[in-house]
Design a protein around this ligand. Structure first.
Ligand SMILES: [Zn+2]
Length: 499
């Protein structure tokens, strides 16, 4: 079984020494090719012990002790006369670690700093780990990018910025540039002539750099930033015009406080009422049984029933149903679900909050109650067209009529994001925004007019820089992990290689 892990080696023995398994082994083949001239040699010069570290097993270190051989190279023209045998599937020449172990270490380095890993392993230095990392970078091959996303990231906020570039088709970061100025970005794009589409934010530098590099590249103003920017403007407007928080009264939307009967329950309840009706008029049980074709026992049970039956497992009474009157009163008073749950627990209610919450949520739909809202909630409700938020949205628009126009504007903005949108559609939207006489919106409209081509492409093509934004966040985390000692090269390796 071990042979499967060491295809080039013959395991002779396994020893245990303290915390280490030692695998004693030697090369399987009787000959070896010279690394210089490739001539196969059978003539052994001498032997020596080569030790290699492998990945740990069963909590123990693993060491390979290989009886390695030196061979003569008999090729007269070859510069080397003696060479050592190699194990290309196992490790690099001269390496002290197997590929398997290195791959494991690289995987760990994906999530942590070299210094942190050194502290945990305690048997390999951080500079060795970094060397490994840099070497692994050199062997990486990258497909030629066709569609890229580009964004800036802060070395030091407001002081120094770099550029990150992602391949939007493979969804991988492919370059990290030391600055975001026109020349740097332009040079990089020029050196990658396969690029056809670049998604970017509204930055003037990027726009200019792409244009200078290649006029035929399609510039796409990415939709993530468009949404983000409009969202910011709306946030500012709400900040100017709305109180930071307010209470509003939510009316029931016509739902009955009682649970609706299922079809089966309604049919049975009709039958029960009919039986009871007949009984009231003096029909004896024997006759009821015959008339309604039911069992006498069932008939007697029906006569005692005062409320509709519950049929099926999912319609059993809810554990909180006995407290319904209290809960309804509390909802009217504007108590929170958590408060209600805590209070009922003291009264002996045994179930958890996750069982309790949906029950209250259902009742809330039927009981008028006050809720606290703030600007953030208002913005969310305005922005997301959630059917479940409809009653809240209508109420908010009722209290703040000026939001109606804003809500309309957001809706029509979202409608622009589809394949058939024309420049006229976008300009019409700009007009709509400008008519609202909000400086924030007018400036957004001006920005759109100024970058119209790219913005239309951003709306009609599906490329988005959302993933680039994600990589910028990842970069920030990694940068901080590296104790502020991140040089560009190391940062680049960590960002590009280990995804
Ligand atoms: Zn040779």
């Amino acid at each position: 079984m071990l042979n499967e892990f060491f295809p080039e080696l013959e395991i002779v023995d396994v020893n245990r020494r303290d915390e280490t398994y030692q695998f004693i082994c030697h090369g399987k083949k009787s000959c070896a090719p010279c690394p210089q001239c490739n001539t196969v040699s059978h003539r052994i010069h001498s032997r020596y012990i080569r030790t290699l570290k492998d990945e740990r097993v069963f909590g123990m270190d693993v060491q390979l002790r290989i009886q390695a051989r030196r061979f003569f190279c008999d090729e007269p023209d070859c510069p080397s006369s003696i060479f050592t045998e190699r194990f290309p599937a196992l490790c690099r020449p001269h390496s002290r670690r197997t590929f398997r172990l290195e791959r494991g270490l690289l995987r760990l380095l994906r999530g942590m700093s070299a210094i942190g890993l050194e502290r945990i392993l305690n048997n390999i230095s951080d500079s060795t780990l970094l060397r490994m990392l840099k070497r692994s970078e050199r062997h990486r091959i990258m497909p030629d990018p066709r569609v890229i996303g580009i964004d800036d990231w802060a070395w030091r906020k407001r002081k120094k910025y770099g550029t990150i570039i992602c391949d939007l088709e493979t969804r991988r970061p492919i370059a990290l540039l030391p600055s975001r100025d026109v020349n740097t970005v332009c040079a990089w794009i020029r050196s990658h002539p396969t690029i056809q589409v670049v998604a970017r934010d509204g930055s003037v530098e990027f726009r200019e750099a792409i244009r200078l590099a290649d006029e035929t590249i399609q510039q796409v103003s990415d939709r993530w930033h468009l949404f983000h920017n409009l969202g910011k403007k709306i946030e500012d407007i709400l900040k100017q015009r709305l109180p930071s928080g307010e209470k509003i009264l939510l009316e029931p939307d016509g739902l009955n406080i009682e649970r609706e009967l299922t079809d089966a329950e309604r049919r049975k309840w009709t039958l029960i009422l009919a039986v009871q009706q007949d009984a009231k008029q003096g029909v004896p049980i024997s006759e009821l049984v015959r008339r309604h074709q039911i069992d006498p026992k069932t008939c007697r049970r029906y006569l005692k029933m005062t409320e509709p039956p519950r049929i099926g497992r999912s319609h059993r009474r809810h554990s909180a149903d006995v407290y319904k009157q209290d809960i309804v009163r509390w909802i009217r008073q504007g108590r929170t679900t958590v408060w209600m749950h805590r209070t009922l627990k003291r009264k002996g209610y045994a179930r958890g909050i996750s069982t309790f919450r949906p029950y209250v949520a259902r009742l809330k739909k039927a009981v008028p109650h006050e809720i606290n809202i703030n600007r953030r909630i208002i913005q969310k409700v305005l922005w997301e067209d959630e059917p479940s938020n409809k009653p809240l949205l209508l109420k908010i628009l009722d209290i703040h009529p000026f939001l109606k126009e804003l809500n309309e504007l957001i809706r029509s903005f979202k409608e622009l994001f589809e394949a058939a949108t024309s420049q006229q559609d976008i300009l019409r939207w700009c007009g709509q925004a400008e008519r609202m006489n909000e400086t924030k919106l007018s400036s957004f409209a001006t920005y759109i007019r100024g970058d119209l081509d790219a913005i239309r492409l951003g709306m009609t093509l599906h490329w988005s820089n959302g993933m680039v934004e994600g990589q910028v966040n990842r970069l920030k985390t990694i940068k901080r992990q590296m104790y502020g000692r991140a040089g560009l090269e190391l940062l680049r390796i960590k960002i590009l290689n280990l995804t």
